[in-house]
Design a protein around this ligand. Structure first.
Ligand SMILES: Nc1ncnc2c1ncn2[C@@H]1O[C@H](COP(=O)(O)OP(=O)(O)OP(=O)(O)O)[C@@H](O)[C@H]1O
Ligand SMILES: [Mg+2]
Length: 398
């Protein structure tokens, strides 16, 4: 009898500050993470790959770590993309679209031409990354049930992403908008169905997205993130950026025992000696977080979303680790806020892998049932898949 063969999926999240890779195997219909790797990123600015060759070198480091842990080489990958360059377009006239379409490189659907007045709306040089569900009929005049809605990104950004992956030895299976990917790792199906806001505060960008009725409904990306927090601290305390990032990570809102200044004596700031450095750090951090959440609140109100959002707000991204962030967010957004945790109870993965894990979960969720398990005895013992199978059998026998 033919044995079930594992299918390998890989997700790559090339972020402004770090690359994250997750390798997972689908075995007997379920997903198991078998390798993860992280590396500091280079050549990426606010989510956009500006130098594919440089970025590829840093991606390779994360890739090699993940492959070493998994004990296999992987050639194909799903990659996440997010930047303030995205656009969400509503257009009347149903489903008529033009321009390259689709997240699968080389598999763009042909343009459909017609007299749809919405055709002119796609910014030249952009490609359609994802068709979104029509907006819910609500208070915005002109947005009717049969409107089309698309998420677009500059073709150059996507080409650079694909080139970066190629230089790292990977073929891109699909490019997925990051909030869509990480919603699969961080939100429960009930949260996505009932209505939840996901805010990802990374190093260079902050995305604000509404999920409802199981889909991404609204999204915007702000060009703000942890780099701004670190920059503020570096300027305000006359420090190097590296030290400012360390302070950000060490920062605690709670008073230390005895109320002593946590920063004293550790070289935080030579130029503000005698002042309460700790209060200064807190006021700098709170001022920038206030700006970020005030803008996020404006974005949410600007969506003019007609549905209710009982899931509240889920914050993630590196900056979500900041002590005291949820109380500031709750005060400014006037909604319940929680910090995102991976919906992956068997794994002790760091939340830094949310996007990369979400990519494999997103792909897994869309694979037809018969593709989730290969049943070809010949493949078991030959070539790449066969090696994986043997590796997996060895692992499960241990
Ligand atoms: N414990 C922490 N406390 C506060 N800030 C942190 C902490 N850990 C990381 N950060 C900050 O989070 C940011 C990195 O977050 P993340 O890894 O989500 O970004 P990224 O995905 O590389 O970037 P982007 O999504 O903007 O392209 C950095 O600015 C870093 O300084
Ligand atoms: Mg990110």
């Amino acid at each position: 009898m033919a044995k079930d063969l594992p299918v390998v999926l890989m997700g790559l999240d090339p972020g402004t500050s770090k690359n994250a890779v997750v390798i997972a195997i689908i075995y007997k219909g379920s997903l198991e993470v078998v390798g993860v790797g992280e590396s500091p990123s280079v050549g990426i600015h606010k989510g956009v790959i500006e130098n594919p060759a440089l970025a590829a070198k840093s991606v390779k480091q994360a890739l090699e770590k993940a492959e070493k842990m998994a004990g296999i080489r992987v050639g194909r990958v799903s990659v996440s993309y997010c930047s303030a360059n995205i656009e969400v377009l509503d257009y009347p006239g149903g489903l008529m679209l033009t321009g390259s379409f689709g997240s699968r490189p080389g598999k763009e659907r042909p343009a459909v031409t017609g007299s749809d007045p919405g055709l002119a709306a796609v910014t030249p040089g952009h490609r359609i990354l994802k068709r979104l569900p029509a907006p819910l009929a609500g208070t915005t005049p002109g947005l009717e049930q049969n409107c089309g809605r698309v998420l677009t990104a500059p073709s150059e950004d996507i080409a650079n992403l694909i080139e970066c992956a190629r230089l790292a030895g990977l073929a891109v299976q699909e490019v997925v908008y990051s909030p869509l990917a990480c919603s699969c790792a961080l939100l429960t199906p009930a949260e996505k169905e009932l209505g939840t806001i996901l805010i990802d505060i990374g190093a260079g960008i902050t995305s604000v997205s509404i999920f409802n009725r199981g889909s991404l409904r609204e999204t915007t990306v702000l060009p703000l993130g942890g780099e701004h927090l670190a920059g503020d601290l570096a300027i305000g305390l006359s420090l190097s950026l590296t030290r400012a990032v360390e302070i950000l990570k060490e920062y605690r809102t709670e008073e230390p025992p005895g109320g002593e200044d946590v920063s004293a004596g550790n070289g935080v700031c030579d130029t503000v000696q005698g002042k309460n450095t700790r209060d200064l750090v807190r006021s700098i951090i709170e001022a920038r977080l206030t700006e970020i959440f005030t803008l996020a609140g404006q974005v949410i109100r600007g969506f003019d979303y007609p549905g209710i959002l009982p899931g509240g707000v889920v914050i993630h991204g590196g900056v979500s680790q900041l002590s005291g962030i949820s109380s500031i967010a709750e005060k400014l957004l006037q909604m319940p806020v929680r910090i995102g945790r991976l919906q992956n109870p068997k794994s002790d993965l760091s939340p830094a892998y949310a996007n990369a894990l979400g990519l494999v979960k997103y792909r897994f969720s869309r694979l037809p049932g018969d593709k989730k398990v290969l049943r070809n005895r010949r493949e078991q013992n030959e070539g790449f898949v066969g090696k994986i199978f043997n590796w997996f059998e060895d692992r499960t026998r241990r």
